[in-house]
Design a protein. Structure first.
Length: 124
């Protein structure tokens, strides 16, 4: 079973671990009601190490994303991120994703798409 880089931290915190799409992930750290109140009253963290990552680069990267992503990437700046839907050519929703514009030292733009663990192969 695959583990994220934060797996030792989760184990040290005595998290209840579960299997999700071939990954060992924390389901909870304490009483769910206590966790709920902690997040609502302050903040919480979510381990995203299991998310899929797809890099799209080159001269046509922007036009490709414009044709399949429901947000306008043309106005993105380096370091920016957009949350939206990624669709196939017929408009069928493949996944909800975050698209980041990365620094590029080659012609064209460079983007990173983060997918749900269950959707990476479908999106590719």
């Amino acid at each position: 079973m695959k583990q994220t880089a934060l797996n030792p931290v989760h184990s040290q915190a005595a998290a209840t671990m579960v299997e999700f799409q071939g990954w060992q992930l924390p389901a909870r750290f304490s009483d769910p009601a206590d966790e709920y109140h902690a997040v609502r009253g302050a903040s919480g963290l979510f381990d995203v190490g299991f998310l899929g990552r797809i890099e799209v680069t080159g001269a046509d990267s922007e036009s490709l994303l414009q044709s399949v992503f429901t947000r306008n990437v043309s106005k993105m700046t380096e370091g920016a991120a957009l949350y939206g839907l990624l669709c196939n050519e017929s408009g069928f929703i493949l996944d909800t994703v975050l698209v980041f514009q990365l620094q590029s030292d080659v012609p064209g733009r460079r983007f990173l798409i983060t997918t749900n663990a269950t959707s990476t192969d479908k999106v590719l």
